[in-house]
Design a protein around this ligand. Sequence first.
Ligand code: CA
Length: 414
Amino acid sequence: MSPLPVPEGSPFPTSSLPFGIGHHGDGRLRAWAAFGDHAVDLDGLMRSGAFLGLGLAPNIFAGPYLNQYLATGRDTWRAVRTRLREAVDDATPVVVAHTVARDELVMGLPTAPTDYVDFYSSLHHATNLGRMFRPDGDALLPNWRRIPIGYHGRTGTLVADGTPIPRPSGYRLVDGEPEVGPSTRLDIELEVGTVVGVGSELGVPIPIERAGDHLYGVCLVNDWSARDIQAFEYQPLGPFLGKSFATSVSPWLVSFDALEPFRVAPPTQEPPAADYLTTDEPWGFDLHLEVWFDSAAMRAAGTAPVRLSATSFADMYWTPAQQLAHLTVNGASTRPGDLFASGTVSGPTPGTEGSLIELTVNGERPIELPDGTTRSFLLDGDRVELRGWAGSDPARRISLGTVTGTVIPTKGAT
Ligand code: CA
């Protein structure tokens, strides 16, 4: 019996080995890899010589972000994961000495992104929102099927799992009149984040065929959204304060190498995408995503969280490779650790929507909770947890972990 057993069917098999940043009660943030119910201290392994000969800088896992490791490139990522998997499968004495229970870790943000982009790449989500925001026009604007629509977001308000989310304030319409005050239509967006490993030079687009050399892996993202502030401000330049107050990022980065068995062909695009957005490589992924909810009253009563949505990432219209090719086609540079979010992941049927505004049809059909109360948008004390995994076979899935946030009252004067 291994001293570090990984139960059969664990969503953290040693074929996955997601990396994250955390500390074990000592406050010293450093890199860890997760397997089974365990996590191994990568900095500890490094200092013990476990990665000798792989060309890694001595302190590469000692810092509070994975950026330096991400910059090393795919050959190194693969060599490190192969070496690590062998050591973990063998439960070598060095691994045993540096392994802790995963739930004892306090996790932070895995990377320090210099740039963050929020895309809008789900056909179902874009159609649902287009119908609500522009009821008299076409649900999809003419550009939507030509390019992955997105905007540059705010990296300084990317927050780690568990960070409380203060209710934002701003201008919104009250009975048709603009007024400043706390948002009354606070929402979530269920998204998958893609993390850049190797960056790129200013003026040099990344060809889509090279996306795999640059993209490291994925995480979960909750793009908290104040729909009332968003609706007032978004024309003509797009989302601003309605989105920038907080974006939650899950702690464990699952590499694209680990996701290789879960690649699927993305949907056929019509009209066909431009050459710079076209590749034969299948950049869709069989990811399953869920939204779970409980209120302060539910927690106080001991009521279990309820699942609000269960959806699939596999039919996202625009893929991570297309998003990367698009965001660099004008010569914009990228840097290790940069993050881009997929856009809200919504499916075509009720119960597969990735936001409350869709689930409640713009607030018109509130969700009934187990205690008989209802929700259209989030109230103070409400807690949302996103969950995700790759693979349809429960015995062979790999987890993307979870990301949780609880809404707290507006801070300061408004
Ligand atoms: Ca979003």
